[in-house]
Design a protein around this ligand. Structure first.
Ligand SMILES: Cc1cc2nc3c(=O)[nH]c(=O)nc-3n(C[C@H](O)[C@H](O)[C@H](O)COP(=O)(O)O)c2cc1C
Length: 290
């Protein structure tokens, strides 16, 4: 093969790459834009409009190992000044490895997905976070280690009744955490890594082809509440977009078709003394003169 031909091919391949990248970016932008006609389907009716049966509001327990959570938050040490909490909130990636209490975990779960009320007979759950159409299509899974009173393992939150269930006790829980977050091994020291899945049809039943953009908006409400609740408790966490959803689905036993993990957030006990270690994550900013 002549070097000229090789040059031609590699140039063409580069061009193809650029076209593909442009297409993917355009697809992403189109998915986000509204009012540009892409979403115009005047005859379209969602399953709710077609009077199809509504899917369940929450996922049932998958195991027999159900554990009730404390609901009395009296006596828990918590910052209550809202502005202090908002100003203190930041991402924490360094955890001390000390234990977290069950009350603290219970408080966090209540703040991110707690069910306060049912709208109608069983039309919707009203929770501690807002959600488009009150569809609340999220399920919360957790990798838990060093939480007082709980075995280390993989858990699922049952918002009706405010309980959790133990799903599995993997031998290498830390290994699971690191791999599930695309090699972000710092998270392995966290007490609770939250994994959020979406049960797609819960939202699609109401919003059909328009459901998907809003799902990611709603995911943000959950992690922001989690950030604020962690801060109020003097704990820390970090939202994670770099999640290996397929791997998480396999390990938590989700089908990946109807339900898939899309977002995560490690959390744990933190110390003011680790401030410098936290800042080291962004040492490259100074090094590269950014
Ligand atoms: C949607 C989303 C995805 C994120 N993904 C990651 C991630 O994969 N890894 C990480 O270290 N931080 C991640 N972060 C944390 C951000 O880097 C962090 O919020 C940002 O640097 C601002 O810092 P602050 O939260 O302390 O204000 C993510 C945050 C959000 C909201």
């Amino acid at each position: 093969m002549s070097s000229h031909f090789v040059r031609m091919v590699s140039k063409k391949e580069k061009l193809m790459d650029e076209i593909m990248i442009k297409e993917k970016i355009e697809k992403g932008r189109a998915w986000l834009r509204t009012g540009y006609g892409e979403e115009d389907h005047p005859d379209y009716q969602t399953d709710q409009q077609l009077k199809k049966k509504q899917p369940p509001l929450v996922k049932e327990a998958m195991s027999e190992n159900v554990i009730g959570l404390p609901t009395d938050f009296e006596g828990i040490e918590v910052e209550t000044d809202f502005l202090t909490i908002v100003n203190r909130r930041s991402s924490h990636r360094v955890y001390t490895g000390e234990s977290m209490s069950l009350k603290q975990l219970s408080y966090l779960l209540w703040c991110i997905q707690g069910v306060k009320e049912i709208r109608g007979k069983s039309y919707a759950t009203l929770r501690t976070v807002p959600c488009g159409g009150a569809r609340h299509p999220f399920e919360t899974y957790m990798a838990i280690q060093n939480v007082e009173g709980l075995k280390d393992g993989l858990y699922h939150y049952l918002p009706m009744g405010h309980k959790i269930e133990l799903l599995k006790e993997p031998e290498d829980l830390k290994g699971f955490i690191g791999t599930s977050l695309m090699g972000q091994v710092w998270a392995e020291k966290g007490n609770v890594v939250f994994y959020f899945s979406i049960v797609f049809y819960r939202s699609e039943w109401r919003y059909g082809i328009y459901a998907h953009r809003g799902l990611m908006t709603d995911a943000g409400h959950i992690t922001e509440n989690l950030y604020l609740a962690l801060t109020a408790l003097g704990l820390g966490g970090c939202a994670i977009g770099a999640v290996d959803g397929r791997y998480c689905d396999q390990v938590f036993g989700l089908d990946g078709e109807e339900e898939s993990i899309v977002y995560a957030m490690p959390s744990g006990t933190v110390s003011e003394e680790d401030r410098q270690k936290e800042q080291d994550f962004y040492a490259f900013v100074k090094e590269q003169g950014l």
